[in-house]
Design a protein around this ligand. Structure first.
Ligand SMILES: NC(=O)c1ccc[n+]([C@@H]2O[C@H](COP(=O)([O-])OP(=O)(O)OC[C@H]3O[C@@H](n4cnc5c(N)ncnc54)[C@H](O)[C@@H]3O)[C@@H](O)[C@H]2O)c1
Length: 378
């Protein structure tokens, strides 16, 4: 029998944004079974939410420390094997650290931690414990993102020479101009969010995506951030110039005050032979651009796609793959790793990607604070 992996969840309660994405994604390939967790710090809401889902309540715990204590009392064959951390950012580090110390595999939302230092501590713990540690940069699971990566790796666009990534949202616009509202949003509170709002929340997606599809390392960054108000400690908009290991240069443009924008995440990579373009809001189209030739549009599920891309498609061509499928593909890869089955390391982002993300955030803020200067990423 193919036993399901026992999954615990921290955060992601009924009041959360990202919880449903993880619950659906973990169920998508019948590999995981949610056995319990702490979904909300308020007990009535925690237990009430689990009851409303129709899940067993015997392993819903009052808080994180109790979860660890009680789960360790169970035989290994019943204990949670992997735990997803879906809480606000400041809880990622203490939770992940204790989980690793107690032998659990971890799936952690991005940004990995609130500081680069914390991220490096987690990385050492992962190396020591040899646990599986995934960081859910959700967008890397889309079939056409995987296809983009494979085409770049295969040399279809030649040597990468120009990079352009944009992640524009507008959701903070109604909050940022109201003093009370901006004081009550955790993403604008450095104690809960870390040193950056916009770059930490969505700039890291762009950074990770560039490194994922190009397989290049972003070497250095020059940033100009916008905070709009003197009492606002967190960036809500930023433009970053980037330089890569192979002399390719480019730009990452991020904003949460791009009024009217939703999740306009676009990635454009140009090589000396051709270019590739992908847009998150139309994720089933990958545009292949060549000089003097008609534009080609690649779509998921066709046999012309790579094995990695096809592994992330469940239905025949013409059935759109969306954000749930993308996260589902990431969970599918994690399941293979936990079950010690063969997998492609491009199937899910790891602790290394999370650590690089934190390094990037700190370099960006340092660049801005020092007068928009180039900062080397380690
Ligand atoms: N991968 C992505 O694309 C993506 C998208 C959105 C959010 N995120 C990340 O997911 C995380 C959560 O974001 P969100 O938007 O869902 O936040 P949210 O504020 O909507 O939800 C946070 C959840 O955590 C719970 N929580 C808070 N403290 C807790 C504690 N001590 N124990 C247990 N539960 C607790 C809250 O009750 C709530 O259910 C953040 O790190 C964020 O950056 C990632």
């Amino acid at each position: 029998m193919n036993a399901k992996i026992r999954l615990g969840i921290l955060g992601g309660g009924g009041d959360s944004l990202i919880g449903v994405l993880h619950r659906v994604a973990s169920a998508m390939f019948d590999q995981f079974q949610i056995v319990g967790g702490v979904f909300n710090p308020v007990w009535e809401e925690n237990i009430g939410f689990v009851e409303s889902l129709g899940l067993p309540t015997n392993r819903v715990y009052i808080d994180f420390d109790t979860l660890i204590e009680e789960e360790l009392k169970l035989p290994e064959t019943e204990r949670m094997q992997v735990i997803s951390i879906l809480t606000p950012n400041f809880l990622h580090f203490p939770m992940a650290k204790k989980l690793l110390e107690n032998g659990f595999h971890v799936i952690c939302e991005k940004p990995l931690t609130t500081t680069y230092q914390e991220a490096k501590i987690l990385q050492s713990a992962v190396q020591k414990t040899k646990t599986i540690f995934a960081v859910t940069y959700t967008y890397t699971g889309y079939p056409m993102v995987r296809q983009m990566r494979e085409m770049i790796v295969n040399g279809d666009i030649g040597k990468v020479q120009k990079i352009d990534a944009q992640y524009y949202q507008g959701w903070i616009n109604p909050i940022i101009h109201d003093k009370k509202k901006r004081a009550n949003t955790w993403r604008l509170d450095p104690d809960k969010s870390g040193i950056s709002c916009c770059v930490g929340d969505i700039g890291t997606h762009a950074f990770d995506m560039i490194e994922y599809v190009t397989q290049l390392k972003i070497d250095s960054v020059l940033a100009d951030l916008n905070y709009l108000y003197a009492d606002n400690k967190m960036d809500i908009d930023g433009t970053m110039l980037i330089r890569c290991s192979n002399n390719a240069k480019g730009v990452i443009r991020t904003s949460q005050i791009a009024t009217g924008e939703e999740n306009s995440f676009t990635v454009q990579i140009y090589g000396d032979k051709a270019g590739l373009k992908w847009e998150q809001e139309n994720p089933n189209y990958l545009y292949f651009l060549e000089e003097g030739k008609p534009l080609r549009v690649l779509k998921p599920g066709h046999s012309y796609n790579s094995k990695l891309s096809l592994d992330g498609t469940k239905m025949p061509p013409g059935h759109p793959e969306g954000i749930f499928d993308s996260m589902g593909n990431i969970y599918k890869g994690i399941a293979k790793a936990i079950k010690k089955e063969p997998y492609n390391h491009a199937e899910f982002p790891t602790i290394t990607d999370g650590v690089r993300g934190m390094n990037f955030i700190e370099c960006v803020v340092e660049s801005h604070k020092n007068g928009n200067v180039w900062i080397k990423i380690e």
